[in-house]
Design a protein around this ligand. Structure first.
Ligand SMILES: [Zn+2]
Ligand SMILES: [Zn+2]
Length: 273
């Protein structure tokens, strides 16, 4: 049985409690679960600008659409007491210029009769395929691999590449650019697994307070072999884990051998006995 593809507009706030990473992760309240199932096509939307300092990060000050994507796996946000969820975002494509929500002919989104007064208040809005197609038709897509695609900020706070070993030198070369090219995967892994070391339970936020909050290395369980486009096959849920820099250093200490998580845990347990 074919499942019908859904179409949804997802609003992104300039200032978010969740620090969503555009094109990587989207957080939302539980009530929108039914609208954001895996495979749903989404259009990114921003409302009218509230704080001018964000003008440089937006395609327009007016309410507008700025990109499309597909909803990937959806997870419950363990750090939320309200049952919030987040979705992994796949195939993000940013527009070259803003598609304004309102044109001379009216709005792209068909507003139901009974929702006239409060329609725009919802951050997630199901739309018809017709409305979706109309927005797409008005959009010009930025070339893939422009710096803006995706707009995930690379995590330049770590010297992680110095910690990634490989079986041989050649492999190492393949490794180095991995996270630089894939801040999206790193962000998704942090959202899914949290930021506590999966080996020794160290958490930077707990130890250092706010300054350390959210800091963690991401270790790749299965070494990437070679070739372009390999990152597409990396599943952040099963292939990536959070590790503290201490544990990460030991995992990769020997160039010819990468320790497993189980081996690391066994080593620590042996010391504590
Ligand atoms: Zn650790
Ligand atoms: Zn690693």
């Amino acid at each position: 049985m074919d499942k019908e593809v859904g179409y949804t507009v997802i609003a992104e706030n300039d200032e978010s409690q969740w620090q969503d990473q555009t094109g990587a992760v989207y957080h939302f309240p539980k009530r929108y679960l039914g609208m954001l199932t895996p495979g749903t096509r989404v259009v990114y939307y921003k409302g009218r600008i509230k704080d001018k300092q964000y003008a440089v990060k937006r395609l327009s000050d007016q309410p507008h659409y700025f990109g499309i994507a597909t909803i990937g796996q959806v997870y419950q946000d363990k750090s939320s007491s309200k049952g919030d969820h987040f979705a992994l975002i796949e195939n993000y494509q940013i527009f070259k210029t803003a598609v304004l929500a309102k044109t001379d002919a009216g709005y792209y989104e068909t507003i139901p009769e009974n929702r006239q007064s409060n329609y725009w208040r919802d951050g997630v809005r199901a739309i018809s395929q017709q409305d979706y197609d109309a927005i797409i038709a008005a959009a010009q897509f930025a070339p893939v691999n422009t710096p803006a695609t995706p707009r995930v900020q690379p995590d330049n706070e770590t010297d992680e590449e110095s910690l990634v070993s490989g079986v041989e030198g050649q492999m190492r070369m393949k490794y180095v650019p991995f996270y630089e090219r894939n801040p999206k995967l790193k962000e998704q892994a942090k959202q899914i697994h949290g930021t506590t070391c999966c080996i020794c339970d160290f958490n930077f936020g707990e130890f250092y307070g706010e300054y350390g909050e959210g800091f963690i290395h991401i270790h790749h369980l299965v070494p990437i072999s070679e070739g372009e486009g390999q990152e597409k096959t990396v599943n952040p849920a099963t292939d990536l884990v959070p590790v503290c820099p201490n544990c990460h250093s030991i995992i990769h200490r020997k160039k010819n051998r990468t320790l497993s998580i189980a081996e690391m845990k066994a080593m620590i347990a042996a010391q504590r006995r």
